[in-house]
Design a binder for this molecule. Sequence first.
Ligand SMILES: Cc1cc2nc3c(=O)[nH]c(=O)nc-3n(C[C@H](O)[C@H](O)[C@H](O)COP(=O)(O)OP(=O)(O)OC[C@H]3O[C@@H](n4cnc5c(N)ncnc54)[C@H](O)[C@@H]3O)c2cc1C
Ligand code: FES
Length: 282
Amino acid sequence: MKTNENPYIPFHATVEDTWFETGGERAIKTFKVVFDDEEVRKNWSHRPGQCAMIGVLGVGESMISISCSPTEGDFLRFSVMRMGKVTQALHQLEAGDKMTVRGPYGNSFPLEEWEGKHVLTIGGGIGQAPMRPVVEYVKANYEKYGGLTMIYGARTSGDLCFKEEFEDMARDDELSCHLTIDIEEEQWDHNVGFVPQVLMDVNPSPENAIAVTCGPPIMIRFVLENLKKLGFEDDQIYTTLENRMKCGIGKCGRCNAGNMYVCKDGPVFNYATLKEIPEAFA
Ligand SMILES: Cc1cc2nc3c(=O)[nH]c(=O)nc-3n(C[C@H](O)[C@H](O)[C@H](O)COP(=O)(O)OP(=O)(O)OC[C@H]3O[C@@H](n4cnc5c(N)ncnc54)[C@H](O)[C@@H]3O)c2cc1C
Ligand code: FES
């Protein structure tokens, strides 16, 4: 792959399309992005679970999960929640504007190892961003897997990311897609209740299965408890960590958990490994 000699120097990219997933003060906006240099575009490869440092020149950069699967095409997608300086500047960008991208960074979900198994994803809020590529990848290679179950929830229907595509999935009888919101709403014809409870209602079998979860810490805590009740072993469970990051390449020490750098050794972790690192859940 074409790389810049200095790993801190990013590639230039153009925003091809943008749309809001959610509204409000902490709105989430998705960016479809293409690299300006054709050689970079051709040679770029990422895997589900990886992330990239995206930025606005003169403002700064933030680590963001790549929210599309490489099976979707020659572009990248990032879904960004408006938090502080950098994400506010990113939210100003529209189609045709420039951003910078360096990466891809981190490890990824071991999707080849999971072939033949049933893949269960359990997400909450913006936590669905790193899991959407898993869902898309398994859908694109469906014959290689033992099935796909997706559980995804948010506080209200307006807080769900990728809502329309997941509603289409939920209507597809061949897929097991379960959407949920915390409180009843008019015209909502999916589940109502917290994600960990919906997990128990769906009652997935742990046999020959892998569970991946990402979302708010409180959701993860109860999802992990419930997965154990359902009979999932620690090594059948994966999650991703989002420690604060600066360099993204294992040099600055900003992201360490125990003796690991989340930017290099993660962000994807097997729960059996994570349990050995008390700081991971701090
Ligand atoms: C591996 C990884 C993947 C990520 N993926 C996504 C993603 O797909 N979409 C997305 O919207 N965000 C994602 N984040 C979080 C994102 O990097 C931060 O929200 C962003 O850097 C904040 O930058 P800022 O300058 O806008 O805000 P700042 O001014 O730096 O901070 C504003 C607020 O955001 C909080 N914040 C900053 N960094 C983080 C962080 N890493 N985790 C939690 N809170 C933070 C601060 O505590 C503060 O309250 C990811 C982070 C990591 C490490
Ligand atoms: S962000 Fe610098 S070591 Fe991980």
